[in-house]
Design a binder for this molecule. Structure first.
Ligand code: CMC
Length: 387
């Protein structure tokens, strides 16, 4: 049988869904959630308001938002058995791996797969939004030999997460900026982790498995893991003078510069612009640091050398700088991305369920046919995958 379909690596430009959740115009640098420009939402809304908008497809009224926030506040704690399980995780393990495991473990406690029951759907939404930040903070405390810090009921979503990380109530500007960071990362059309969430959702498994699958996909350095890599790169560069030779070497050797380039954006990512201004606000309050100066120079040189190819700063370039200034360790940057993106994943989960058909793509077979079965004594040892 012949294969008639064309294979497109990375499924570039192949629609995997019809969606009304978010919109990106990569030439104009536009991002909208449910039609509302991201700048409006970042300036005027809160993360939980955006999560509500994405998942329930409307801006909540004051009462609806308060009820949603209260429900989430009520469900922030995690079961002691999940905490006990997390205590057994190696403290050297990556927090994304810890998060993937604990998100999947939620399914052990709450899975009933009652996907046709609206109450089950809304409970799963609330539990995942409420518990994921607690699990990220708990692993961070436990790997340092501390007991997890219990959620503080007097604090909002963003402030409470920073509190659970440090056991100190955060400065209001820090909490506000962190909340905006969550809004900026909440959703971004079709991308690797969202696709992963949708493929998993299409099997009608439980939402905890959907989120665990997406967390695993987000962890890679070409996706959510890039923000951590950006800081490693800035550290390696070390000084403003080293920027040009470092970037020239990357370009000459076709090495990827972390925090730059995007499959869709061919101009500067609008989220990077907002994050840069948040970084400026933070630096105004707390003083500039060397990394920021290096970052500005990196952006300038990359634009000069690669701008004509449409390679500009993406969301990950400035988020790491903001988180670092907030005192957050770099291996928590990607779990924080996940805390925010749970909103988008859940919105796509719901959208997928409404029109579900299991994903079952095809492949272009390039192997042999009718190959002989060679008896084991006649086989010659050859290298397989470099082993
Ligand atoms: N540095 C240097 N060159 C780059 C970069 C970069 N960061 N990104 C793309 N290019 C070049 C690439 O070498 C290729 O050049 P040529 O055509 O001469 O071979 C061309 O641009 C196209 O690159 P690609 O890898 O085929 O593009 P893609 O659409 O498959 O990949 C990407 C998109 C985001 C994976 C890629 O730009 C990249 O690896 N960036 C660095 C990692 C990063 O910052 N990731 C975060 C992405 S934004 C948040 C998210 O989605 O999670």
């Amino acid at each position: 049988m012949s294969n008639v379909c064309e294979y497109i690596p990375g499924l570039e430009n192949i629609p995997a869904a019809k969606s009304s959740i978010s919109y990106v115009d990569g030439q104009e640098g536009i991002l909208e959630y449910r039609g509302i420009p991201i700048k409006e939402l970042a300036e005027k809304g809160s993360f939980l308001e955006c999560a509500y908008l994405l998942i329930w497809d409307k801006l909540p009224t004051k009462d609806e938002l308060e009820a949603f926030e209260t429900e989430i506040l009520y469900h922030r704690r995690i079961k002691y058995r999940i905490r006990d399980m997390m205590k057994c995780f190696p403290e050297t393990g990556h927090p994304m791996d810890a998060l993937q495991t604990s998100a999947a473990a939620l399914g052990l406690f709450y899975s009933r797969r009652a996907l046709d029951n609206p109450e089950y759907i809304s409970q799963a939404v609330v539990r995942l939004l409420a518990k994921i930040p607690t699990m990220v903070a708990a692993f961070h405390q436990m790997r340092r030999g501390n007991d997890p810090v219990q959620p503080n009921d007097s604090l909002g979503y963003a402030a409470n997460f920073l509190y659970m990380l440090t056991e100190r109530k955060p400065d209001p500007l820090a909490a506000k900026i962190f909340d905006v960071c969550l809004t900026l990362h909440a959703e971004h059309t079709m991308n690797a982790s969202t696709f992963s969430a949708m493929v998993t959702a299409s099997t009608l498994t439980d939402p905890y498995a959907v989120v665990a699958s997406a967390v695993g996909t987000l962890a890679g350095p070409l996706h959510g893991g890039a923000n951590e890599e950006v800081l490693k790169m800035l550290e390696e560069i070390g000084s403003v003078e080293n920027v040009r030779p470092y970037i020239e070497n990357c370009v000459a050797n076709k090495l990827k510069i972390m925090g730059f380039g995007h499959r869709v954006y061919k101009v500067k990512d609008p989220r990077a612009t907002i994050l840069q201004s948040l970084a400026e606000q933070l630096f105004e309050q707390t003083g500039r640091d060397d990394y920021y100066q290096i970052a500005l120079e990196v952006e300038k040189v990359v634009e000069e050398l690669l701008g004509q190819k449409g390679i500009y700063a993406n969301v990950d370039f400035y988020s790491g700088l903001v988180y670092r200034k907030l005192g957050i360790p770099s291996d928590l940057f990607t779990p924080i991305f996940a805390i925010a993106r749970v909103a988008g994943w859940l919105a796509h989960w719901k959208e997928q369920l409404a029109v579900n058909r299991i994903f079952r793509p095809t492949q272009v077979y390039v192997g042999s046919h009718n190959s002989p079965y060679i008896p084991i004594e006649n086989r010659v040892q050859t290298e397989v995958n470099g082993h």
